[in-house]
Write a protein that binds this ligand. Structure first.
Ligand SMILES: Cc1noc(C)c1-c1cc(NS(=O)(=O)c2ccccc2)cc(C(=O)O)c1
Length: 130
C-alpha cells in the first residue's frame, strides 16, 4: 500500500505540473475558470457538467485522479463542453472550438512526452484494484 501511495503521489505531482502549464498558456485563458453564468446566462441550460482547469487542479488535490486516463477524461469534458456550447459557423465559435482542440492536443502531448507507459499501467492496476 505504501508503494501505491508513492506512485499516486508521483502522479499528482506530474498532473499538477501539466495542469499549471496549460493554465499558464494565454490561449487557454477562457478554460482556466468556470464559465461565468453572469456573462453567459444560458450556459448551464445547455452544459450539464461544466469543467475548467481550476476545478481540474482542485480535483488533483482531492486525490480524484488515480491514473492519467481519468485526468484526460476531464480535459476531454472541457473540450466537449466548448464544442457543444459553441457549435456555430461564427468567427467567435470557430475561435473557441479551435482553442479547445488545441488544449486537448497539448494535454495529450504533455502526458505522452512525460509519462512512461508502464507508470500509467501501474496506476491503472491500482485503479482497477480499488
Ligand atoms: C469557456 C467558454 N465556453 O463557452 C463560452 C462562451 C466560454 C467563454 C466564456 C467567457 N467568459 S467568462 O466570463 O465565462 C470567463 C472569463 C475568463 C475565464 C473563464 C471564463 C469568455 C470566453 C472567451 O472566449 O473569451 C469564452
Amino acid at each position: 500500500i505504501c508503494q501505491e501511495e508513492n506512485t499516486l503521489r508521483e502522479l499528482r505531482i506530474f498532473l499538477r505540473d501539466i495542469c499549471a502549464k496549460l493554465a499558464r498558456n494565454k490561449q487557454f485563458f477562457m478554460f482556466t475558470k468556470p464559465v461565468d453564468v453572469e456573462e453567459v446566462p444560458d450556459y448551464l441550460d445547455i452544459i450539464k457538467e461544466p469543467m475548467d482547469l481550476e476545478t481540474l487542479m482542485s480535483k488533483i488535490d482531492k486525490h480524484s485522479y488515480i491514473c492519467a486516463r481519468d485526468f484526460l477524461d476531464d480535459i476531454d469534458l472541457i473540450v466537449r463542453n466548448a464544442l457543444e456550447y459553441n457549435p456555430d459557423k461564427s468567427a467567435e465559435d470557430k475561435h473557441i472550438r479551435h482553442r479547445a482542440c488545441s488544449l486537448r492536443d497539448k494535454a495529450y502531448a504533455f502526458i505522452k512526452a512525460e509519462m512512461d507507459s508502464d507508470f500509467e499501467d501501474t496506476c491503472r492496476d491500482i485503479r482497477d484494484k480499488r
